[in-house]
Design a protein around this ligand. Sequence first.
Ligand SMILES: [Fe+2]
Ligand SMILES: [Fe+2]
Length: 339
Amino acid sequence: MVEGDRMATAAAHRTAHADGAAQEDTSAFQAAFDAAVAAEERIEPRDWMPDAYRATLVRQIAQHAHSEIIGMQPEANWITRAPSLRRKAILMAKVQDEAGHGLYLYSAAETLGTGRDELLDKLHTGRQKYSSIFNYPTLTWADVGAIGWLVDGAAITNQVPLCRCSYGPYARAMVRICKEESFHQRQGYELLLSLSRGTAEQHAMAQDAVDRWWWPSLMMFGPPDDESAHSAQSMAWKIKRHSNDELRQRFVDICVPQAESLGLTLPDPALVWNEERGHHDFGPIDWTEFHDVLKGNGPCNDQRIARRRQAHDEGAWVREAAAAHAAKHGNAGTGATHA
Ligand SMILES: [Fe+2]
Ligand SMILES: [Fe+2]
């Protein structure tokens, strides 16, 4: 359907509500929505959409936004201890990129009618989640490399298909985010390569970081397909394009040759090429650990949220100043209070 048509039908739908005749009309709008999704058209903020589609997007985009800004913490931990000016400049740029990703995503969620203040409140009070990977500590400098290579690498594998997500603002945010994530992945790889080719101690440090980050990175793709609560509906809506297990397999297949080039091993004795499947087989994932970290029992859950709340409180004066500025210039209510 042409975008103008969908906007016209959305307007008609609102009228229908006012007339009390919403029941029949909703099915017509549902049909138009289904046809647009089937035709690979983008759903835009002013189009009619099912309530559950909107709620699913808000939940997913919020969780994604929260992950971006919480993900700043484990790496920012190393900015003051970066081993050279070059490494420090790269790491600062990367951490700032993650803040930017959070901003694009909170803005995408706002197009669905949910404000950033509400989402942040849900994050701070534990009612919305962020990726569990960020509840692990960054113990050595090599962790910055392992996060870039594996965590940003897994994020790219997850997010490239989201560039074709049926919801326009989310899909468009993903295009830019993926370009920046590619830079993050490369810098992590290059950092690990330097360490791997360095002294015996540096090589051991790189190997230790990969040993600790490998399994949590595989868990980033979420539970196995048969236990994934939201997958089927999200795929029908074309929010999600591939299943968790498919993406996880793709990631493993990408990482194996890269680990070889790095001169590092992946900590899985069961990892082997399967000629018949055309993929690597890999060992079982410890889902007990995954669920435990998800429940809040990871090594850094409390620390991450406490730091986030502190940063939010310390930024109150910025929000107040932005609101005062907006009021002075007659722009109150345009979203400036969320700055
Ligand atoms: Fe990011
Ligand atoms: Fe990143």
